[in-house]
Design a protein around this ligand. Structure first.
Ligand code: SF4
Length: 340
């Protein structure tokens, strides 16, 4: 299999060498490799501005299209790599240049020409371009930063709102916040951590909520653990912790907010979504049926029936075993967009 893997990677690399999605522009001895979405940010930062830059918008990074990159690197004196996350392409390019015997300097995250951490902003890119290319004049006024979706409050008509309100009231009836640990999730759910709810005690990456909650319940901590999951995060990887949760049967309340989409990032479908990428209706995976397949019986609630939802939360918080509640309320924002 190892040999087969190498053969497949070589085939994929061959396809990337001729990828029509990579984009070359500009000329000169200064180069910028902008990886994925960084290319769009770079073009925005350069809009209408003079520069002496050769630009490569690179879309495929593993395996790197080495022949194409080596050809492009020849004749360049300095290269700036713009990429999100760590210096992955930057390190690959540095190794490639060394193997090809090219003498050029490669900058990016490792030498902090762009910030070592965090999402790349247009201001970061403009500052880095000004350091690389004397002909480039950064905009005098930094563009207004885009509000991070996770920092935007829940929509007024979001079904999460009555759900969180009901959950907080139920928590209040069962000893208050100090008697509970709420594990949150990524997605629109993360907005539950903004005022007025400020719900989370713990939150990590997408799809980690159930595993984290299970670990906390297993630790024997006296607080009752509540895991708040989204439907997309459940299908992404919370589901992997479900067999173990079923086996252990620890006191744990799992609330899955099923809004039928991946709302925070733009309404992409997941296996439980009733429509596909083009908005066409389709048969979807039934979340409750999946859970039943693990030998668990979820309680189904609607955010429109607040008394029933509160009763379900009360019962779950009084129980000494695993309880699952699915609150099913479609995201109105993407439902509206689909029907418009
Ligand atoms: S986009 Fe949908 S799920 Fe997200 S906050 Fe708005 S209504 Fe709620």
């Amino acid at each position: 299999y190892h040999r087969m893997l190498h053969r497949c990677l070589a085939q994929i690399q061959g396809l990337f060498e001729v990828s029509p999605f990579d984009h070359f522009s500009g000329q000169g001895s200064l180069g910028v490799v902008a990886v994925g979405c960084a290319h769009a940010k770079l073009l925005q930062a350069m809009e209408g501005r003079a520069s002496n830059l050769q630009i490569l918008g690179l879309t495929s990074v593993w395996p790197l299209p080495e022949r194409k990159l080596t050809r492009w690197l020849r004749g360049l004196e300095r290269v700036l790599v713009l990429e999100e996350g760590g210096p992955f392409v930057e390190e690959g390019l540095t190794a490639l240049a060394q193997r090809a015997g090219l003498e050029l300097s490669i900058s990016g995250r490792h030498d902090r020409v762009i910030p070592e951490e965090g999402e790349l902003g247009e201001e970061d890119i403009a500052t880095a371009l000004a350091r690389l290319d004397p002909a480039y004049q950064p905009p005098e006024r930094a563009p207004a930063p885009r509000a991070m979706p996770s920092k935007v409050p829940l929509c007024e008509d979001c079904p999460y709102r009555p759900t969180f309100e009901a959950l907080l009231r139920a928590i209040g009836r069962h000893g208050g916040r100090e008697r509970h640990i709420v594990v949150g999730e990524t997605g629109c759910m993360v907005r539950a951590n903004l005022p007025p709810f400020e719900l989370f005690d713990v939150k990590y990456g997408l799809g980690s909520g159930l595993g984290l909650a299970l670990g906390l319940a297993l630790s024997g901590t006296p607080e009752h653990i509540i895991a708040l999951l989204g439907d997309s995060s459940f299908f992404h990887s919370d589901i992997n912790a479900l067999p173990q949760a079923q086996q252990l049967g620890l006191p744990l309340v799992v609330v899955i907010l099923d809004n039928g989409t991946t709302a925070l990032t733009g309404g992409q479908p997941h296996p439980g979504s009733p429509v596909d990428e083009l908005g066409r209706p389709r048969a979807c995976t039934d979340l409750a049926a999946v859970i039943r397949g693990y030998g668990l019986e979820p309680r189904l609630c609607s955010p429109e029936d607040v008394p029933a939802m509160e009763a379900a939360f009360d019962e779950a918080l009084e129980a000494q075993d695993l309880r699952l509640i699915i609150v099913r309320g479609p995201c109105p924002k993407y439902t509206r967009q689909r029907t418009a």
